[in-house]
Design a protein around this ligand. Sequence first.
Ligand SMILES: Cc1cc2nc3c(=O)[nH]c(=O)nc-3n(C[C@H](O)[C@H](O)[C@H](O)COP(=O)(O)OP(=O)(O)OC[C@H]3O[C@@H](n4cnc5c(N)ncnc54)[C@H](O)[C@@H]3O)c2cc1C
Length: 432
Amino acid sequence: MNTAIVGGGVSGLSAAYFLLKRGHKVTVFERDEELGGLASSFDFGGASIEKYYHFICLGDDELVDLCSEVGLAQKLFWRATKMSFLYNGKLYPFGTPMDLLFFKPVSLLGRIRFGFNIIYARSLSYWQALENESAETWLTRHIGKQAYDVIWRPLLQIKFGEYASEVAASWMWHRIHRVAKSRKKSLQREELGYLVGGTKMLVDTLAERIRQMGGKIRTSSQVTSVVVKDDAVAGIRCGGEMIDFDGVISTVALPLACRLLPKECAQYRATLARVKFIGVVCMILKLAKPLTDSFWVNINDPRIPFNGIIEYTNLNPRPDLGGSKIAYIPFYLVTSSARYSYKDADLMQEYSKALRQVAPDFNPGWIQDWRVFRDPYAQAICTTNFSQIVPDQVAPVKGFYLIDSTQLYPSDRTISGMIGLANKLADTIGEA
Ligand SMILES: Cc1cc2nc3c(=O)[nH]c(=O)nc-3n(C[C@H](O)[C@H](O)[C@H](O)COP(=O)(O)OP(=O)(O)OC[C@H]3O[C@@H](n4cnc5c(N)ncnc54)[C@H](O)[C@@H]3O)c2cc1C
């Protein structure tokens, strides 16, 4: 089978690699100049840095296995990380059960119930029972309203913005479950992983392997439509040219996949359009000094216009940065919100004022460089009974396939999960 893969992110490259291993012919089409999509990097004053932060959890087996397979096992490192919680101007350690026990903003009973909920979520595997209630209802019932408002509400807001209260309990369960599993022992800190050189290392290695195995990769090549004849895929259009293919795998966000399909597929397009997304605005800072000693700082403070900071160099020290530190400030929101299109300079002014609340001795002179990246489809909004609208990998249009993060539900979108989906689809398509 000769297959076109739309999108040169982790999913597209993994799908190409797994199909080549099964003897297929593939061409990857990537709209941007660079490969990697959400996991791509940029030149940040001479160092290659990921546009968005990426960490690896202990259970991310598909990623770990693929790294071993393509010779990157030596580049994968693990580290016990610190987590903090900034509540009303005070920074509390928040990475271990002992930290939780001393987390004063929540009552002692609330803290105990919170701890029990983590233990329960870690051991639970039948998530279907949680599908039809919201995370807010589930968590409030388990840990009480005060603990929910102080701890989980801001965390849900980091990821789902104004939709936080509509997110399904099953999604929340998986999020707690995945991170809890990243602790080898329950009293220890989480151990998180990173690739030396970032995810770019995996992206570049996969691209190299694909070319060595005879696959083609075309960057700066936007697919404008999928050509369908008699209910079956006939090829794609790219740069005004029609190119014949037996199959097409879309790895682009569902709203973009809808636009690629012709009018004849209106019914199928309507099913895909049921999934709604929110975007992300993510500021990345290069700093002369660290803000904290934590990898992740959750924030619940009305004076601060964001809900978290990820200090990447507290996980991956990056000696090539000459001592500079990297911090990400993500903010998820609908793209129609005025804030999504705020000028970068206005965001910077607002954020740099707020950073004084995080690190009291911070001054703007610490900022050596900064950028803002936006993506309109950063996260599908996993509302209750979400499993009913998750699209299959095999579409009703013959020869058209989808790899989409929603297929990981109730799991959150992860690089490891996307690699797993790519491998699963290659299995479904089978040997050439
Ligand atoms: C802020 C943020 C933080 C994250 N943190 C983590 C983390 O810590 N750990 C983790 O495991 N995961 C994390 N993720 C998730 C991870 O980045 C994604 O799961 C993964 O990168 C998705 O890869 P993909 O290939 O499926 O999609 P994408 O990366 O979106 O790739 C799709 C590609 O398709 C291209 N494209 C679009 N339209 C066309 C077209 N018409 N023609 C050709 N090409 C097209 C795009 O340019 C893009 O390169 C994070 C994501 C975000 C947004």
